[in-house]
Design a binder for this molecule. Structure first.
Ligand code: GUN
Ligand code: ZN
Length: 450
């Protein structure tokens, strides 16, 4: 029945003058980027009986069904998702694809966890065939969790990067990824050199950056696994390719921070190491930042850098409580990261659930609308993609999720007795998970159906 519906959709499209698709359901998105969390409420757009029209992978119309249907020829099939929520695709601002197979590794904090579990696992990704199989699984996990854009760590092997981009290309997915650069303090079998990391990254940039919707991130793992020479060359790549990304880890764990101080005694703290090598700026995304000091938040805000807040990971590795409120204070861009495999769920609802608790433990409130903002438009802003992604403005890329807010009897009960949209979304992010992801569309095309 369902696949029949999808097939008919394609047939109708083929007969239509334009490549039009239409989706009826409750639309929820956020209209604008804001400076303060209390301003988000006024920017929430909610259309109970809405219509989303997609043309050639872009949003053509989002609004009232009664208004939108006038734009459609009689023969255009309207996918009927009444009773469901249609929201912008979720944005995962920090995740490791080679680590999906080691999620839930027991008992260690960051540095021991890397040595015990992570490095031996990442070794396997030098095998292109293996990496390809895992990249397929990885994308499937993203889509079944409603995530349509991700900033991804691959492994040190260029093959792992090719494998991921090739699979993402099949969906014309907006994926941002890069080869890990690491030339010290890890097992020999995972090390590159400053020169090889530079030339391999350069070749991958030339091959993949801006190919379709793919984008490249220069990816030094973190300061302890790069020599000054390698960081210098990462900075040179940034200069040569100023519209690529810089993706790394920062101030996640207290032992890690102490180690960085030992390794780089001449620098004034962890962020300053990256800053010294010209790695802090627009399109620089730093995972964690759990223990950042105020002057570091200030520097990141001034330079337009972003933090990926990874609550499930920070709790799981015992790293600490991220100070989300400081990002508003210092105007630092923020995205939500699952940080698989230190994070414990691919699911953005579950990630927001844990984010709420991280804030609660610091006596701070995280509203449903703010959470939803970080996972969509705010996440897009953290990646400098807010002109392309994050809401249903006309012309934006048609990545969206159809959510079933009542996938279980408990959810249905709670949904029905919720009085406002804020309450409904809050309950969804608290008790929701992958069971609520009903359909995921990437580039206007169905990528996952329950
Ligand atoms: N710091 C350096 N590498 C990693 C990693 O793979 N995961 C996390 N969470 N932190 C890191
Ligand atoms: Zn990470």
């Amino acid at each position: 029945m369902l696949s029949d519906e999808i097939d008919r959709g394609h047939n109708v499209m083929a007969q239509s003058a334009g490549n039009l698709k239409a989706f009826r359901g409750s639309l929820v998105d956020i209209a604008k980027v804001v400076d303060q969390p209390q301003d988000i409420d006024q920017q929430v757009r909610s259309v109970e009986d809405g219509l989303l029209i997609v043309k050639d992978g872009k949003i053509e119309f989002a609004g009232e069904y009664q208004q939108g249907k006038l734009l459609l020829a009689d023969d255009v099939l309207v996918h009927d998702y009444r009773g469901k929520l249609i929201v912008p695709g979720f944005i995962d601002a920090h995740i490791h694809y080679p680590q999906l197979e080691m999620i839930g590794a027991h008992g260690e904090q960051l540095l021991e966890w890397l040595n015990t579990y992570t490095f031996p696992t990442e070794r396997k990704y030098g095998d292109k065939e293996y990496a390809t199989a895992m990249a397929k699984l990885f994308l499937d996990q993203l889509f079944r969790n409603g995530t349509t854009t991700a900033l991804v760590f691959c492994s040190v092997h260029p093959e792992s990067v090719d494998a991921l981009f090739e699979q993402a290309e099949n969906f014309n997915m907006r994926v941002i990824a890069g080869k890990v650069m690491m030339d010290r303090n890890a097992p020999d079998y995972l090390l590159d050199t400053p020169e090889s990391s530079y030339s391999d990254s350069k070749a991958l940039i030339e091959k993949w950056h801006k190919k379709g919707r793919a984008l490249y991130a220069i990816t030094p793992r973190f300061a302890p696994t790069s020599t000054p020479e390698q960081l210098e060359l990462a900075g040179r790549l940034r200069e040569e390719y100023p519209d690529t990304y810089l993706h790394t880890h920062l101030s996640e764990n207290l032992n890690e921070i102490a180690w960085v101080k030992e390794l780089f005694p001449e620098q004034n703290g962890y962020l300053d190491v990256y800053d010294h090598y010209k790695l802090v700026g627009e399109r620089s995304v730093f995972a964690h930042g759990v223990h950042l000091e105020d002057h570091e938040f200030c520097c990141m805000g001034d330079k337009g850098a972003a933090i990926a807040f990874c609550p499930t990971s920070n709790l799981y590795l015992g790293s600490g409580l991220f100070k989300l409120h400081k990002t508003w204070q210092y105007n630092v861009r923020v995205g939500m990261g699952t940080d698989i495999g230190a994070g414990t769920s691919f699911n953005m609802l579950q990630t927001l659930n844990e984010a709420y608790k991280v804030c609660q433990l610091q006596g701070k409130k995280l509203s449903a609308f703010e959470s939803f903002y970080h996972a969509t438009l705010g996440g897009a802003r953290s990646l400098y993609l807010e002109d392309k992604l994050g809401n249903f403005d006309q012309g934006k890329e048609a990545d969206f999720v159809v959510m079933d807010p009542a996938a279980t009897s408990l959810q249905q009960l709670r949904w029905e007795n919720s009085k406002s949209l804020a309450e409904k979304l809050f309950v969804l992010m608290t008790i929701g998970d992958d069971r609520n992801i009903y359909r995921t569309y990437v580039d206007g095309k169905l990528a996952f159906q329950k």
